[in-house]
Design a protein around this ligand. Structure first.
Ligand code: 13P
Length: 252
């Protein structure tokens, strides 16, 4: 059985002071939810404060990105070992990074291999844009993002990877996919590719999340699907009661 996982991607929201406020409001409730891995991913600059606040809790901490080089002249970037000092998880290849910051399947792959080397659990994002969806390219886009993203990963590391299926048209739009449609993409275009690459056992072990306008109201619809193991939550992860309800729904 795959353990459900709910991760909050705070994106570029919350100063250090605001991070402390939100975690103060969220921490005890979130800590008390059993049967689900729960993770928060604040901006880099808030990670140290968050790590301090979450020490001793069961709430995991994730970064939203990393750079693949280990150290040196890469102004503005954050090395894997720096992330690892504070975090267990790292989001990689989010569609906003692909759209605005030039991330490609190749850079996502380099980052994934760096996460592997440093023992971070990657949450690798894949998903088609609206234009690709409308042109019936979901299969091509999602399966090739999965294949190229995971290339060269060690067979013993592969089962610990987390993939997030986030259709770009559903992110921040209030127009979530449906449980059934998301499950089909995950089963047919993500797990099947992982099965080709690493075998059926690994494909069944990898956790695959849905992301894109997940709310307390629609979360259960996704979590009731056999191939959806949790959610990567944006906007709703900044609202205490919403995020708690989503975590509780995943725990059921
Ligand atoms: P929303 O939940 O705000 O749609 O964002 C989803 C997302 O991009 C999480 O990574």
């Amino acid at each position: 059985m795959r353990k459900p996982l709910v991760a909050g991607n705070w994106k570029m929201n919350k100063t250090i002071a605001e991070t402390r406020e939100l975690l103060t409001a969220m921490k005890d409730g979130l800590n008390a939810v059993n049967g689900v891995e729960r993770v928060v991913c604040p901006p880099f600059i808030s990670l140290a404060a968050a790590a301090e606040m979450l020490a001793g809790s069961k709430i995991g901490l994730g970064a939203q990105n990393l750079y693949w080089e280990e150290k040196g002249a890469f102004t503005g970037e954050v090395a894997p070992a720096m992330v690892k000092e504070l975090c267990e998880y790292v989001i990689l290849g989010h569609s906003e990074r692909r759209a605005y910051f030039g991330e490609t399947d190749e850079t996502v792959n380099k980052k994934l291999l760096a996460a592997q080397k440093f023992g971070l659990t990657p949450i690798v994002c894949v998903g088609e844009t609206l234009a690709q969806y409308e042109a019936n390219q979901t299969r091509d886009v999602v399966s090739s993002q999965t294949r190229l993203g995971l290339t060269g990963v060690a067979a013993d590391f592969a089962p610990s990877i987390v993939v997030a299926y986030e259709p770009v048209w559903a992110i921040g739009t209030g127009k979530a996919s449906t449980g059934e449609a998301a499950n089909a993409v995950i089963k047919d275009f993500i797990r099947s590719v992982i099965a080709e690459m690493y075998g059926e056992e690994t494909a069944q072990a990898v956790r695959v999340l849905y992301g894109g306008s997940v709310t307390a109201a629609n979360a259960a619809e996704f979590f009731s699907q056999p191939d959806i193991d949790g959610a990567l939550v944006g906007g709703a992860s900044l609202k205490v009661e919403e995020f708690l309800s989503i975590a509780k729904a995943a725990a059921k």
